[in-house]
Design a protein around this ligand. Sequence first.
Ligand code: SF4
Length: 307
Amino acid sequence: MEKEKVLVLLSGGLDSRLAVKILQEQQNLNVEALFFILPFGGGCCSDKFCVFRFAQEQKIKLNIIDLTKGKLFQEYVEMLRHPKFSRGTAMNPCIDCHIFMLKKAKEYADKNGITIIATGEVLNERPLSQKKPALEIVERESRLKGILLRPLSALLLQETEAEKSGIINRKNLFSINGRNRQKQIELAEKYKISYPTPGGGCLLCEKGYCEKLKQILKNKNLAYKDIELLKIGRHFLSSKIILGRNEIENTILEKEQGIKIIPKEPGPTALIRNENKEKEKLIKQAKELIQKYSKREISGFVIKKTL
Ligand code: SF4
């Protein structure tokens, strides 16, 4: 008999790894995983190779959706600009972010004849997105009511269709609740799986980063490169000018596309990424900023332009 396919959203952290293992134990299921490459990081595993390794070890098919590219990136940013539900302590729109990923997971599942989608979510483990009302919102908004299974907390949640029909044996699911991870650690030992130490990893939860992000988020032509560059340097005029803070950052900026202004004496390199009508004015301002952040008097500048 052909096994029923189930798609597990695999972030790489312990909870989603356990979701895979719990479902693999059910004899009649064929477990596949779906991993999202997120523009701002997130999940437990920023190292995607450790996710690849886990999927390989468990002999499961791993599907990847890259949200840092093209239309998907633009859609994600649009969600970030206008989340329907509340944000966390910084700009993190966790409920909307979960809905976004689950909608994409559903699209994939529908195309591939998969009728069960599962996550490693644990009831009350996170304050914003894992309270019961939030879990219900996510289910409803992603049109996965009765389809979305959370094996680690399933016994505390409504039965899914797959449980009702007996495809999934509810007796082998769990009732984990809250932030204490003792039960998960015991399960990891039972299944003999390794896992990374939990660590947010999502830049949208960092207030300092989000202050800079807010400045560029209004930019209609926002590219993933803009997001990456926010991680380095000092940013001025809504990131129209970026100044390196050390040798390494100077080198990175000098390799980027745009106008690079390099002082003849040791000092920060400036990058003007998006050439526009204000070019001359920005170059003048960049030179002033370089001087301000240099220890010595700057005698001149080299200007390089890469398109
Ligand atoms: S922390 Fe929130 S916003 Fe960031 S990736 Fe996770 S769910 Fe998305």
